[in-house]
Design a binder for this molecule. Structure first.
Ligand SMILES: [Zn+2]
Length: 129
């Protein structure tokens, strides 16, 4: 039985499935791939504004050379990379998309940023019963 935009039967090819994802997921997955290729954890994230436009994107950069900020540190998670681009006093009006369930460091940081929604990629087997 078809379920919303994620109708498996409609996703008969990778390009169709990719198009169904929409821009925020495409950006987050693209960032995850860049992270993986760079030798990091393969996690990506994207922040959208209230209209749905991607306003910041980031990736896990733990295995990358230090840039004097987050890269190369244990704090270089994708969600932290995105939120580090939000100026103090600026409240994100959209949602943060992440390809991995936020960890114990990132989850409270996302809440503290007051970002509205927190969509995350997960497999069906990881969905609580
Ligand atoms: Zn994290």
């Amino acid at each position: 039985m078809p379920v919303g935009p994620y109708d498996v039967e409609a996703m008969e090819s990778a390009p169709v499935a990719w198009a169904v994802l929409g821009e925020p997921w495409q950006v987050a997955v693209g960032q995850a791939w860049e992270s993986w290729v760079a030798g990091s954890a393969g996690v990506g994230a994207a922040l959208i504004d209230a209209e749905g436009a991607v306003v910041a994107q980031g990736r896990n950069r733990m295995a990358e050379a230090s840039d004097g900020r987050l890269s190369g540190t244990v704090m270089a998670h994708a969600e932290m990379d995105v939120l580090a681009q939000v100026a103090l006093g600026t409240r994100p009006t959209g949602a943060l998309y992440t390809t991995f369930e936020p960890c114990l460091m990132c989850a409270p940081t996302i809440v503290t940023s007051r970002t509205r929604g927190r969509p995350m990629a997960r497999t069906r087997s990881s969905t609580p019963a």
